[in-house]
Design a protein around this ligand. Structure first.
Ligand code: G6P
Ligand code: MN
Length: 450
């Protein structure tokens, strides 16, 4: 039997057990046989190793798990590298949110000012990883979960070309929700989706060759019965003629979400920082039941996902089926299987544009359905986006390019430009204060000196 080696960067991360549980369900030839976890934090690695050991109990062909804090050792010999790191940790995420909200603009993990700060911290680290992969595992495929995923994938693609592929669970989850709503098998529906990561739209849902999206848009009861319908409201979805990714809530209802986030007791990052600290502290006790503790923490985390947005929209509780996991880890596993076994499949992924969207250059990373096989992920051709969506996509891509330039050059003026050009930052003066606030808050931005 051949061995397949998967290296997970951010191996002490809370979502690693999701990926491992997907691997445990794969018994076919070509499956992952060895998992190497890498993390900068030994204690977190140890905690996750314990959860994985509980998961593997009684499973004869469970992938062998090893853990290391040495990055080069982790990369050497890898067939697949999953990058799921969080530069600056959840403390960093909380600061990203707090500094922006104090300026009256959106403070969120990946969108707006918070996402720019996170990108500025993460790009230099991601580029270093990409360079090491080139040297130590030149034939490996890199699957990037690290947020902001589109931007980080583009940064890495400058060194790895199409060997890096970005993934996100949100378009996949949206597609599956919409297909199920229309009474179709999610695996048989064709989801016409395109945009950037966390900035895309479902423009059609083909079931047996017929576009069923108009039927959904015409049915208020159906629209009111699923997450995005309640979040955006039936009228706005009909006006758009499309279903936006849930992250577009930050654009279309910016004022309401900023206010809700400012009024919240804690930001999402601060809540998760405290919750995760409790989790890793509980697992420091060798007698603690690792898997049960992880599972309880996970359920609580999922139940509170985007709670303020739903509250601001009067959208009520999240439906039970939306809480089921199976998104993030399923995309990762499907992608690896398709590449490792040349099992052709279609997945919505973050890849270089090529000629897909005419308004962007070929190297711009976009999020789009791709045909995946042993040769990698190939974007399919899609209809052009309408003008307003093209406007948002090009504006945000311009911001990402300034972030990449600032990370390259260390220029503060370029960092200011990145914030100032973002559609959710309403003044150059605010952009300047954001750069000051973020460089004070984050040691990882000390490189912005020029
Ligand atoms: C979704 C997105 C991820 C994001 C996560 C945040 O899964 O696709 O990109 O990181 O939500 O969830 P959290 O529970 O960390 O707020
Ligand atoms: Mn995502």
């Amino acid at each position: 039997m051949t061995s397949t080696r998967l290296t997970i960067l951010g191996g002490g991360g809370f979502r690693v057990p999701l990926v491992y549980s997907a691997l445990l369900g794969d018994h076919a030839e070509g499956r992952v046989t060895h998992v190497t976890l890498h993390d900068v934090d030994r204690a977190r690695l140890d905690a996750v190793v314990r959860v994985l050991a509980d998961q593997a109990a009684g499973i004869a062909d469970a992938p062998v798990v090893t853990a290391t804090t040495d990055l080069d050792e982790a990369l050497t010999g890898a067939d697949f590298v999953f990058s799921a790191i969080r530069v600056g940790g959840l403390d960093g995420r909380a600061a990203d949110e707090r500094v922006a909200l104090a300026e009256g603009v959106l403070g969120q993990e990946t969108v707006g000012a918070g996402g720019i700060a996170y990108g500025l911290r993460t790009v230099p680290v991601a580029v270093d990883i990409a360079r090491r992969v080139r040297r130590l595992a030149p034939d490996a495929w890199v699957i990037n979960f690290t947020n902001p995923a589109g931007l980080v994938t583009e940064a890495m693609s400058r060194h790895l070309g199409d060997r890096v592929i970005g993934i996100c669970d949100s378009p996949v989850g949206l597609g599956r929700r919409v297909a199920r709503l229309l009474g179709a098998d999610p695996d048989r529906a064709w989801i016409d989706y395109v945009g950037l990561n966390h900035l895309g739209w479902v423009r059609g849902v083909k079931i047996d060759g017929r576009d069923e999206l108009p039927r959904l848009l015409a049915d208020p009861a159906l629209l009111g019965s699923f997450e995005e319908g309640r979040l955006f409201g039936a009228d706005w979805l009909r006006s758009l003629g499309a279903i936006p990714n849930e992250y577009l809530h930050y654009y279309y209802f910016n004022r309401e979400t900023v206010r809700a986030y400012q009024e919240a007791e804690q930001t999402r990052g601060a809540f998760l920082r405290d919750q995760q600290a409790r989790f890793y502290a509980e697992l420091a006790d060798p007698a603690a039941p690792a898997l049960a503790t992880w599972d309880r923490t996970r359920a609580e985390r999922e139940a509170t996902y985007m709670a303020e947005n739903r509250e601001a929209a009067g959208a009520g509780e999240r439906a039970a089926e939306d809480l089921e996991s199976g998104g993030y880890e399923k995309v990762a596993l499907d992608l690896m299987r398709a590449i490792a076994r040349d099992e052709r499949t279609t997945l919505i992924l973050n890849v270089r544009n090529g000629h897909t969207l005419a308004a962007l250059d070929a190297d711009a990373v976009i999020e789009v359905p791709c045909l995946v096989d042993a040769g990698g992920a190939h974007p399919v051709s899609v209809d052009p986006l309408p003008l307003h969506a093209t406007g948002l996509v090009t504006a945000v891509k311009a911001v990402e390019r300034e972030v990449l330039d600032a990370a390259d050059s260390g220029s503060r003026a370029t960092a200011v430009k990145a914030f100032a050009l973002h559609p959710l930052v309403d003044s150059v003066t605010v952009a300047r204060r954001l750069v000051d606030g973020y460089t004070d808050a984050h040691p990882g931005l000390a490189y912005l000196t020029r």
